[in-house]
Unconditional design. Structure first.
Length: 400
């Protein structure tokens, strides 16, 4: 038996994909009004109607009556043999046309599309996926899915500057892993989100406590999760005012992770290691430059716009430290137009770099005004750690 409104959604999807009006699809053998009622789910189709519409669409009746659940399941299967972008696009389209199927099936597709959106820096689109993932995980009644969705949502919130909400969401995810005794991998994901959010909010003692737990849980691991744990620990140490310890933790992350499991993460760990090296006193510019060169060499194999943008920002920072405003500005100019795709924190840091270039060029009044405004923006968003970092630059500029 053909189910409604599933059939109607499938029919509307196929018609709009082909750019057909109701009248064009109905043709001479059917009224547009009847077709409209089929698409809305108000009428169940007869075998004769299905045969006519299938002929009009150029497909078999079986393809037309295929349920969206079967279509989504097929898309998930096909996606396993496709590249990341092709799979993401296909699943995104399958999700638009689906509805009413098994929530577990939809959750799987949404999770993959959410990750694809994140890698493409499509923050608003990813947020839509994550909000539905949280709702679906509640519907399924599986605490593990809910904890995973909440941890990823907290990560997204932090990247858009919603720091207070990120802390609350990550805390909820972490508490679920504890109360439900969820697997270590889920606990690690929740801890990574929680440590990052707490650190950004300036709650350093809480961040330190959970960082120690995170390092203990990942002890003995040499994969991406251990590298991310060391990265989180390095960020916390930096916010504690110990940039040398942070740089050494990032060096450990680089040495302990060979990248075979995740080349993109391998590159991002090295970029962050370079950033950490530039925060020491004096800055370890030579080691930072080596990290930059390592990532540059790997770009042809796993290059992505996000990686290239992060690399340009590090190059600009190295040039600022070296007192080379022309080189710094050249790198920053190449980033113009990408600001809307960066995280909230990275956008602010780019603007900080632009003002530091102004300082090198002798435009102290304009630079200090810009830095003060950025520090206040960070404070208003709840990014207290970032605000403190910017105020430090202001103090250093005034001292000079």
């Amino acid at each position: 038996m053909i189910e409604q409104p599933v059939f109607g959604r499938r029919l509307r999807q196929l018609r709009t994909e082909r750019g057909l009006t109701l009248a064009a699809l109905a043709g001479e053998g059917m009224s547009a009004g009847y077709l409209s009622r089929l698409e809305s789910g108000a009428r169940a189709p007869t075998e004769r109607a299905v045969a006519h519409l299938a002929d009009q669409l150029g497909i078999s009746p079986a393809e037309l009556t295929e349920t969206t659940a079967a279509s989504l399941a097929r898309s998930l299967t096909l996606a396993t043999g496709l590249g990341r972008d092709e799979a993401g696009a296909m699943l995104s389209e399958a999700l638009k046309a689906s509805g009413g199927e098994d929530p577990m099936l939809r959750w799987q597709a949404l999770w993959q599309v959410s990750e694809w959106r994140r890698q493409r820096q499509e923050h608003a689109e990813q947020r839509v996926c994550l909000d539905e993932l949280v709702a679906l995980s509640t519907e399924t009644g599986l605490p593990e899915l809910r904890a995973r969705a909440l941890a990823e949502l907290a990560r997204s919130m932090r990247s858009t500057g919603e720091i207070t909400d990120a802390v609350a969401t990550a805390t909820h995810a972490y508490e679920l892993t504890q109360s439900e005794q969820l697997p270590a991998r889920v606990r690690i994901a929740a801890l990574l989100a929680l440590v990052a959010a707490l650190g950004e909010a300036g709650r350093i003692p809480d961040a330190v406590r959970h960082t120690d737990e995170l390092l203990a849980v990942t002890q003995g691991d040499s994969g991406p999760l251990r590298a991310q744990a060391l990265w989180a620990a390095a960020t916390t140490r930096s916010r504690q005012g110990d940039p040398d310890a942070a740089a050494e933790l990032m060096d450990q992350a680089c040495q302990g992770f060979d990248g075979r499991d995740d080349l993109t993460m391998w590159m991002r760990v090295r970029i962050n290691s370079a950033r950490a090296d530039l925060l020491t006193d004096p800055p370890k510019t030579e080691r930072a430059q080596r990290r930059v060169e390592e990532v540059q060499a790997a770009l042809p194999f796993a290059g992505a716009p996000a990686i290239e943008q992060e690399l340009l920002a590090v190059r600009a920072r190295i040039a600022v430290i070296a007192g080379l405003p022309d080189q710094a500005r050249a790198a920053l100019d190449r980033l113009v137009g990408f600001d809307d795709r960066l995280t909230y924190q990275d956008r602010l840091r780019l603007d900080v770099l632009r003002n530091r270039v102004l300082l090198l060029e002798g435009e102290q009044t304009a630079a200090l005004a810009g830095l003060r405004e950025l520090a206040e923006q960070a404070q208003q968003s709840g990014s207290m750690a970032l605000a403190a970092e910017i105020w430090r630059f202001v103090a250093e500029a005034l001292a000079k």
